[in-house]
Design a protein. Structure first.
Length: 281
């Protein structure tokens, strides 16, 4: 009887130890949570503040808390973009810029037959479009990241509607951080407020209070303070040269050249004046 008892006890302890080992293996890590947040376009300066707080007190964030944070980041992403009703008749004009000219083309029908291929990472043909693999092995083709970012918010939604719901899911799941940020910038103010509310809930999990400085249809900026009320960082998602499709570098270069010319002219004028005074003397 004693032998059977010890066998049962040993088996029970082994089972418990194996279970204890398997739980951490399946639990998410802080690095995974950070990668997911970055994929969803969470501002880099915001992530820096979050993880500074984490590494200052890592014992406050067991695996189950990290899992909860990942779910919160997913809700944050859903607030930025989610599936829209399918509209196969919708058409969107997409600008294609080349070195020599700019052309406008209408997005083709996305329901044409596709050739099944082996599942792989998203890739880009020579024309810049992106091929994505569906769960059944077939493929769909979408416009390039640059072209999508250049669209207005309304055209982005209209473009997504040209795909079926299942295709939209694949496209959204493969959005780049830049595309998420582009959509967040363009969200109507009310929707943007909901997203910032989700981000505020996440920041509270790190002991950081988030307050909005500016909130418009084209910009978003906020401050982050710790529990002592100290400013620990600022975040913003505003328009820039890369995401508006409008390149201001030419104007900046022109202004710089005008300043250079003006400075040179002023130098010549001053030099002439001094030479004239020297001659008179």
């Amino acid at each position: 009887m004693h032998k059977n008892f010890f066998k049962l006890l040993t088996a029970s302890l082994l089972a418990v130890s194996l279970t204890a080992v398997s739980i951490p293996a399946n639990a998410a890590t802080p690095e995974e949570a950070e990668a997911i947040a970055r994929q969803y376009g969470v501002p880099e300066e915001t992530l820096q503040v979050f993880w500074n707080e984490y590494y200052s007190n890592p014992e406050l964030y067991p695996p189950e808390v990290i899992d909860g944070l990942i779910e919160q980041f997913k809700e944050y992403a859903k607030g930025i973009v989610t599936n829209v009703p399918h509209d196969p008749n919708a058409s969107v004009s997409v600008s294609t810029t080349t070195a020599s000219n700019t052309q406008t083309t209408v997005v083709p029908d996305n329901n044409s037959p596709t050739t099944p291929v082996e599942p792989n990472e998203p890739n880009e043909p020579d024309d810049g479009s992106i091929i994505l693999t569906m769960p059944d092995g077939s493929t769909i083709t979408r416009i390039s990241t640059e072209q999508f970012i250049a669209l207005s918010y309304e055209d982005k939604m209209k473009y997504l509607s040209t795909f079926t719901e299942e295709q939209q899911t694949v496209i959204i799941n493969n959005f780049t951080p830049e595309e998420y940020k582009s959509m967040l910038r363009q969200l109507p103010t009310g929707d943007k407020l909901n997203v910032i509310g989700n981000l505020s809930s996440i920041s509270e999990s790190f002991g950081v209070n988030l307050t909005v400085d500016e909130l418009t249809d084209n910009s978003l900026s906020f401050q982050m303070k710790n529990q002592k009320g100290e400013l620990v960082g600022v975040g913003s998602v505003n328009n820039s040269i890369e995401n508006t499709g409008y390149d201001r570098r030419g104007i900046i270069a022109l202004i710089a050249s005008l300043i250079t010319v003006g400075t040179a002219g002023l130098f010549v004028l001053v030099k002439k004046c001094f030479n004239k005074k020297d001659t008179e003397v």
